[in-house]
Design a protein around this ligand. Structure first.
Ligand SMILES: NC(=O)c1ccc[n+]([C@@H]2O[C@H](COP(=O)([O-])OP(=O)(O)OC[C@H]3O[C@@H](n4cnc5c(N)ncnc54)[C@H](O)[C@@H]3O)[C@@H](O)[C@H]2O)c1
Length: 359
């Protein structure tokens, strides 16, 4: 496969996203030669066959090296682990010139990013995403943070990386459930931004992921470049399916459902609301449903109910004043925001998400 570089254009904070097979040494080693390096990883990724070589080469190229290992999974994304990681950096005497290299999925990326944004008021961050979800979404755009018991990603910072290195060889060891979870965000890009891309992915993940990753990253980079801090409303479109998705993750306990799985079910709810409130044709609503099924994603979660989800949705951090910013989709490739969703309509959408009502 040919190698590709997509740039996130943010003036002085612009950075490249390199995508290709067997590319990590070419791009990562030059950033670490003679540097103070903190390599952050979860225990699951650390056990993958390719990780030992990466670790060894970084140990050799860095002037100072510390390995920060965390337990894999969403529950790790909390303030206590954040604090432990900062202490480990301090004990290793990593200075302001230090670099954090985040190798792993979105959990490690979000946590490492928040540590990079905070430790000594900010040190450099390099994202090396190894899950599909991290490659197409969380490693790009600079949102970092941790969860609170009160909600997901409630504490965090914007911290753009100096580079994102997506080596497709690393993704080879990704379990199929995790691959499917990443496809949820890929399908989302098609729904919100690009009907042709939706066509490409609606029948399932292609064997060669390079095009899917490149196109997804191009869409995300374009949105981020025009609304880095979610101020103009453009970036908020990326939250399609996430209002219900985040509430599912929270009410079922972080980790029971993968982020992408919860977003998949959330997109079913958002597609239904789009049909009922902003005119998304029923045929397209059903096409979205089929696309998520074809990508081996859950489209219902039994036991979801309005009484538990609605208060959590009302707490959504993207709320403006008293109303939640619902992102809906009147037609493939386009979104509208600040939609008002009456309770009875949300109740209906949740019935669909729970599988008690058919689309
Ligand atoms: N910052 C953002 O803009 C943003 C966007 C979307 C999602 N997120 C966050 O990302 C997180 C979800 O990310 P995720 O789905 O990558 O979860 P994750 O980080 O938990 O990774 C999923 C699992 O796959 C394993 N894994 C990763 N790469 C592997 C590989 N190459 N081989 C084998 N196993 C591998 C991990 O160890 C983990 O067990 C959530 O916390 C979510 O809130 C952040």
């Amino acid at each position: 496969m040919s190698e590709k570089t997509v740039r996130v254009e943010l003036d002085a904070r612009s950075y490249p996203i390199h995508i290709g097979s067997g590319i990590w040494e070419q791009y990562l080693l030059p950033l670490t030669v003679g540097a103070e390096v903190a390599l952050m990883v979860d225990d699951n990724v650390a056990a993958q066959p390719w990780f030992a070589a990466l670790r060894t080469k970084l140990t050799v190229s860095a002037a100072k090296f510390v390995l920060l290992s965390v337990v894999a999974g969403e529950k790790t994304k909390n303030l206590s682990v954040f604090s432990q990681l900062c202490s480990e950096l301090a004990r290793a005497k990593i200075s302001r010139r230090g670099k954090i290299i985040a190798v792993g999925g979105g959990v490690v990326g979000d946590l490492a990013g928040f540590v990079a944004a905070s430790y000594l008021r900010g040190i450099a961050l390099v994202q090396v995403p190894t899950s599909l979800l991290a490659a197409v979404d969380s490693s790009v755009g600079g949102k970092t943070g941790v969860n609170l018991p009160e909600g997901k990603n409630l504490v965090g910072a914007f911290c753009q990386p100096v580079a994102v290195i997506i080596d497709l060889d690393f993704l080879q060891t990704l379990p199929s459930r995790e691959l499917a979870a990443g496809m949820a965000e890929v399908v989302k890009y098609g729904i919100i931004r690009d009907p042709e891309f939706f066509e490409l992915v609606k029948n399932g993940a292609p064997r060669d992921l390079s095009r899917v990753i490149e196109k997804s990253v191009l869409i995300k980079a374009g949105v981020v470049a025009n609304d880095e801090r979610e101020e103009t409303g453009l970036r908020a479109m990326l939250n399609f399916g996430h209002t219900i998705g985040h509430a599912i993750e929270q009410t079922t306990g972080y980790g029971q459902w993968l982020h992408g799985e919860a977003v998949s079910v959330g997109m079913i709810g958002a597609a239904w609301l789009s049909h009922r409130l902003v005119g998304l044709p029923l045929t397209v609503t059903r096409e979205i449903y089929s696309a998520l099924v074809a990508n081996k994603l859950p489209v219902t979660i039994s036991g979801l109910d309005f009484a538990r989800l609605a208060p959590v949705i009302a707490m959504d951090k993207k709320s403006t004043g008293k109303s939640v910013n619902w992102v809906l989709c009147p037609e493939l490739g386009r979104t509208t925001q600040n939609n008002k969703v009456p309770d009875e309509m949300l109740r209906e959408a949740i019935e669909i998400c729970a599988g008690r009502k058919a689309i």
